[in-house]
Design a protein around this ligand. Structure first.
Ligand SMILES: Nc1ncnc2c1ncn2[C@@H]1O[C@H](COP(=O)(O)OP(=O)(O)OP(=O)(O)O)[C@@H](O)[C@H]1O
Length: 226
């Protein structure tokens, strides 16, 4: 299942008028593909992610997540769609200080009704997939910045989302560690079949993407093959 935006326009209140943050944006991210989003500060990248995440409702246009047209959903329906189908990775890992790496992931699945053992097995499998099999019992302060971001990514995959939305995951990391995180995202996208949208300001990361969308003044230039 993929992510699709069709003719999406989003405005915010701006003094007496409205500021157009997204202007007639259409795009599709197929399963198993990593699409990078680049563009200058204030161009609309975070707004694009917020709309795709169903956190913000556009003024016009359609947002289809994993085959579901989100226009037909109320707030509870959107929350359920986020829980079951959308993984979100923000710039800062935002981990709970008192929980181990494995527990950060298990909390995500706690309400989904899965048996505790399968939840723990899945958490350990995902920590292994992000190269942290031997750090499962560590708390955030016992992990490096790059390792914390890996836990963050593993946590976003815990409920097997169809769509993975990632906002500047490398901003707190040096270039080498940032490139390793983007390579990891590209691998997980292929292995887990997620439709992944990655906002990045680092042109050096684009080689790992299957396509790149450039956002400028709220308008998106559609994917070019990487
Ligand atoms: N909640 C809001 N209310 C009003 N205007 C907003 C709001 N959020 C964003 N904007 C405006 O919408 C435009 C797009 O902002 P957005 O955060 O999407 O850009 P961005 O490309 O992610 O920027 P950056 O790279 O600096 O994070 C900007 O002009 C911004 O000032």
């Amino acid at each position: 299942m993929s992510l699709a935006l069709d003719a999406v326009t989003l405005t915010y209140p701006d003094g007496d008028g409205r500021l157009t943050a997204l202007d007639d944006v259409s795009l599709t991210v197929p399963p198993g593909r990593l699409t990078a989003v680049v563009g200058p500060s204030g161009s609309g990248k975070s707004s694009l992610l917020a709309v795709a995440a169903t956190l913000v409702t556009p003024d016009r246009g359609r947002v289809v997540v994993a085959g579901t047209d989100t226009a037909g959903l109320d707030a509870a329906g959107r929350a359920e769609l986020r829980r079951t189908s959308i993984g979100i990775v923000f710039q800062q890992p935002n981990l709970l200080p008192s929980l181990t790496a494995a527990e950060q992931l298990q909390v995500m699945a706690h309400l989904s009704g899965r048996p505790p053992k399968s939840v723990r097995d899945r958490a350990l499998d995902l920590l292994d997939a992000v190269g942290l099999a031997d750090r499962a019992a560590r708390r955030p302060h016992q992990l490096s910045g790059g390792q914390r971001q890996r836990v963050n990514i593993a946590r976003a995959l815990m409920n097997e989302p169809s769509v993975l939305l990632v906002d500047e995951p490398t901003s707190a990391l040096d270039h080498e560690r940032g490139a390793a995180i983007v390579a990891l995202l590209a691998r997980l996208t292929r292995e887990r079949g997620t439709a992944t949208l990655l906002v990045t300001h680092d042109q050096g990361h684009l080689g790992a993407a299957d396509a790149t969308i450039t956002v400028q003044d709220g308008r998106a230039t559609l994917p070019t093959p990487a």
